[in-house]
Ligand binder design. Structure first.
Ligand SMILES: Nc1ncnc2c1ncn2[C@@H]1O[C@H](COP(=O)(O)OP(=O)(O)OP(=O)(O)O)[C@@H](O)[C@H]1O
Ligand SMILES: [Mg+2]
Length: 168
């Protein structure tokens, strides 16, 4: 795992799915204190096959979830109860790829999932971005934005655009 820190953007190049999962665990550890009074949201942006689901698997591991985290591409939302550091919550894994309209979001009642102590990973948060922005602005959340990009074979550039210097 190689880190590149140019002062604005925190970037890491992972060389395997395993490294991407390890990075997910690290990012979770850095943010877990937020669970005390907020919902921790990981907004995973990146093209097909960049490793969003792999990263969500790493989050599942960080949360001590024994069940296999599988892609929610068809089910849209999967939920996994967890207990970490004596704290119980639910990990919701969402895939917005197939969602087209605001009505579909409302039908899923995503606001109801966003509660302090829960963790939500969203693949394709850029779909329905307006809906998400409204939700994020109106509830107690900490949103961790993560961008994933293809690099060479087996490599992915993973960055956190708002980690340093950017707006919170
Ligand atoms: N460094 C890496 N990190 C993560 N995955 C990698 C890496 N190198 C290769 N891969 C492979 O890339 C694929 C990533 O698949 P994954 O399902 O996580 O992508 P995704 O971003 O969730 O795609 P989708 O948009 O279809 O949901 C896997 O087959 C994985 O083995
Ligand atoms: Mg996926």
């Amino acid at each position: 795992m190689k880190s590149i820190n140019d002062g604005k953007n925190f970037r890491v190049v992972t060389g395997s799915p395993r490294e991407t999962k390890k990075l997910a665990q690290k990012i979770f550890q850095e943010n877990k204190k937020e669970l005390r009074n907020r919902c921790l949201i990981f907004a995973l942006q990146g093209e097909l096959g960049t490793g969003k689901t792999q990263l969500a698997k790493g989050l599942g591991r960080a949360l001590g979830i024994k069940e296999t985290i599988v892609s929610p591409s068809f089910t849209l939302i999967r939920e996994y109860p967890f207990e970490v550091g004596g704290r119980r919550g639910i990990f919701y894994h969402l895939d917005a790829w197939r969602i087209e309209t605001a009505e579909e979001w409302l039908a899923l009642d995503v606001r109801g999932l966003i509660k302090p102590g829960n963790v939500v990973a969203i693949e394709w948060p850029e779909k329905g971005r307006e809906t998400w922005d409204k939700i994020f602005d109106s509830l107690a959340v900490k949103v961790v934005w993560v961008n994933l990009e293809h690099q060479g074979k087996g490599e992915r550039i993973i960055s956190q655009p708002r980690r340093l210097g950017g707006p919170e």
